[in-house]
Design a protein. Structure first.
Length: 224
């Protein structure tokens, strides 16, 4: 039996991939975000601690660790000029059978769920899209992405996998533009961005990202 092909990893030196060249022209693209739970990692270190003093120290350190709540989202620019956003904040979970043709299936609040967070894009409606931006931000918990080992995997219906690793976070970065999906020379292309953002006074992080990538979205305060 032939081994299953590994994922295509988008890197700084090789940041783009054509979905058309992989035969991915219809169906669904599933986007998975997974990260390491800081508390789970601390509990494992405490379990492995040796000696009474080491266990006490590890237990105190674990008690001080806060889990990170990362939120995966997608900004959508349509060919007719309209825009939309899919994210847990504001319960904007989207839909696949009607606009925006993008759906977020849930909200992993800790990084402890094996399935992580999953977002699905319908390529059956791709002619309606001008561009899609996958992004992630820290809703609460960890101060930045360092040590979270966050990874995003895009998987087609027929099993093609494309990975983006969020492994070079600068200090205080609480959001990241992950990848941009656009049409170039008739082909649907995924381009690795991994562009980091830090908090700015007077503006929500989604607003900063949307302005940077020219998504004219009207933002209002939201909660989840």
């Amino acid at each position: 039996m032939a081994a299953e092909p590994g994922p295509v990893i988008l890197t700084k030196s090789s940041p783009t991939v054509s979905l058309d060249k992989h035969g991915v022209t219809s169906g669904l693209i599933r986007v998975n975000l997974n990260w390491t739970s800081p508390r789970a990692a601390a509990l494992e270190q405490a379990r492995q601690a040796r000696g009474l003093l080491g266990k006490v120290r590890a237990s105190l350190q674990t008690a001080a660790v806060r889990d990170a709540d990362l939120d995966l989202g997608c900004m959508i620019g349509f060919a007719d000029g309209d825009t939309a956003v899919v994210q847990a904040l504001g319960n904007a979970f989207g839909a696949l059978d009607r606009p925006p043709y993008v759906h977020l299936d849930g909200d992993d609040r800790t990084g402890g769920a094996a399935a992580g967070e999953n977002l699905t894009i319908s390529l059956n409606q791709q002619e309606k899209f001008a561009k899609l931006l996958l992004f992630v931000y820290i809703y609460e918990g960890s101060g930045d992405f360092r040590g979270l080992e966050a990874k995003v995997t895009l998987t087609s219906d027929k099993g093609d996998r494309f990975e983006v690793h969020l492994d070079d976070s600068p200090p205080q970065a609480n959001a990241c533009a992950i990848a941009l999906i656009t049409r170039e020379k008739g082909e649907l292309v995924i381009e690795r961005e991994v562009r980091w953002f830090t908090p700015q006074r007077g503006a929500g992080i989604q607003q900063v990202i949307s302005k940077t990538y020219e998504f004219p979205i009207e933002w209002t305060p939201g909660r989840k």
